[in-house]
Design a protein around this ligand. Structure first.
Ligand code: KG4
Ligand code: ZN
Length: 347
C-alpha cells in the first residue's frame, strides 16, 4: 500500500510517502522568513504553503519512485493548527483524493506526534507513557493501543514550546525560542536563578505562565528592563529557565511512572529536540527500567511522515473494524478541523 501524508498546520510544509509500511520520502520545507517578525504570521504561512505544496509533492513522488496513480491512500493534517495553513493542505489533499478516486483520511496533528516514535527503528511498546511537548501543546498521556489514548494531564495555560518562545523573545534571543535558549544555555550555570515550579490541582497538569512571569519579575527587579540585562547574564537566565521547564516536565513524568504500569516512555513534539529534556528523561527511563523512544530530530518537529503513519494506522483500523468513520467517501463532506481523535480524559 502506498500512502501520501501532507502536513501544513503551522510553518512547515511537508509531504511524505510510505510504501508497504516503509517511509520512502519525508520532505520538510521550513518557512524561515517568520524569523523577521518574531513569530509565525498566519497569512504569510498559508500563502507559502500554497506555493510550495505542489512542487514538494512532485519531488516526494519522484524521490520515492512512485507514480501518483499507484497511490492508495491520501492523508493530511486536519487540525489543530492555523486555520488558513490547515485549509491549504486539507483542500489540496481532498482534491487529490477526489481526482484519483482514492480514500482520504484527515489526521489529528497531535496524534501524529503521539505515534511518531513508530517511525524509529526501536518502537514504543504499548502501553507507553507519552510526553507531547510542542509549540501549542503539552500533554502527558498513556497510549494503550492505536485507538486508546488516556490523557493524564495537560497545560493549564502556556505550552512548553510557547514558554521557550516567549522567554527567548524577552531575552532578545529571537524566534523560534527553543533552539536559541538551548544554544546559549550550553555549559552555563543553571543555578543562577531558582525559578519556581507550579503546582496544579490535577497532579499531572502543567503550568508555564507563572514561570514566564517569574522571569519577567526577576529581570525587572535585577536590571529594571530586559534591554539592561548584562550580556553575560543572558545565558545564565536562559539556562536557569530551561532547567525549570525541564524539571517541571520530568517531575510529572516521574509521578506517572510511579503510579502507572507502562512498558515504555516516548518523548515527542518540537520541544523533544531539547537536549537537556532528552537526557533527563533518558536518566528516568534507566532508573525505572523502561524502554525509551525519542524520535530523531527529523520526526520531532512538524513533519508529514508522522501524518502518513497515523493515517495508515487509522485506515487499517477502519478496514479491520469495518467502521466507516474515517473515510471521506462522501467527498462533499468537509472534515472538521481536528481530524479523528482517540484522546480521552482520565478523570
Ligand atoms: O511540534 P512543533 O514543531 O510545532 C508545533 O506543533 O507547535 O514545535 C515547535 C516548538 C517551538 O515552540 C520551538 O521553540 C520548540 O518546539 N523547540 C524547542 C527546541 N526545538 C524546537 N524547544 C526547546 N528546545 C529545543 N531544542
Ligand atoms: Zn507539532
Amino acid at each position: 500500500m502506498n500512502v501520501i501524508g501532507i502536513e501544513t498546520s503551522c510553518d512547515e510544509t511537508s509531504v511524505a510517502v510510505i510504501s508497504n509500511g516503509k517511509l520512502v520520502s519525508n520532505l520538510i520545507s521550513s518557512q524561515d522568513f517568520h524569523v523577521d517578525y518574531g513569530g509565525v504570521v498566519p497569512e504569510l504561512s498559508s500563502r507559502a504553503h500554497l506555493q510550495i505544496l505542489m512542487p514538494l509533492l512532485k519531488k516526494a513522488l519522484k524521490d520515492s519512485g512512485i507514480e501518483l496513480k499507484k497511490i492508495d491512500l491520501i492523508t493530511a493534517t486536519a487540525g489543530p493548527g492555523l486555520i488558513g495553513a490547515l485549509l491549504v493542505g486539507l483542500t489540496f489533499a481532498k482534491g487529490l483524493a477526489y481526482s484519483l478516486k482514492k480514500t482520504f483520511i484527515p489526521v489529528n496533528h497531535i496524534e501524529g506526534h503521539i505515534f511518531s516514535g513508530f517511525l524509529m527503528e526501536e518502537k514504543p511498546e504499548f502501553p507507553y507513557l507519552c510526553l507531547v511537548v510542542s509549540g501549542g501543546h503539552t500533554l502527558l498521556l498513556i497510549v494503550k493501543s492505536d485507538v486508546e489514548i488516556i490523557k493524564l494531564g495537560t497545560t493549564v495555560d502556556d505550552a512548553a514550546g510557547e514558554a521557550f518562545d516567549k522567554v527567548s523573545k524577552l531575552l532578545g534571543l529571537g524566534y523560534p525560542g527553543g533552539p536559541q535558549i538551548q544554544k546559549v544555555s550550553n555549559n552555563q550555570n543553571s543555578d543562577f536563578v531558582e525559578f519556581p515550579i507550579a503546582h496544579c490541582k490535577n497532579e499531572y497538569d502543567f503550568s508555564f505562565s507563572g514561570l514566564k512571569t517569574s522571569v519577567i519579575r526577576f529581570i525587572q527587579k535585577e536590571y529594571g528592563s530586559s534591554d539592561k540585562i548584562p550580556k553575560d547574564h543572558i545565558p545564565l537566565i536562559a539556562a536557569s529557565f530551561q532547567k525549570a521547564v525541564v524539571n517541571a516536565l520530568t517531575k510529572n513524568v516521574e509521578k506517572a511512572l510511579h503510579n502507572f504500569n507502562v512498558n515504555s516512555i516516548s518523548l515527542v513534539g518540537g520541544v523533544a529536540a531539547n537536549k537537556l529534556l532528552r537526557n533527563e528523561l533518558e536518566k528516568l527511563s534507566i532508573r525505572y527500567n523502561k524502554k525509551i523512544v525519542i524520535p530523531s530530530l527529523e520526526f520531532c518537529g512538524d513533519n508529514a511522515a508522522m501524518i502518513a503513519y497515523r493515517g495508515m494506522k487509522l485506515y487499517e483500523y477502519a478496514q479491520n473494524t469495518k467502521e466507516n468513520l474515517f473515510y471521506f467517501s462522501n467527498h462533499n463532506a468537509y472534515p472538521d478541523l481536528t481530524g479523528n481523535t482517540f484522546i480521552r480524559d482520565y478523570h
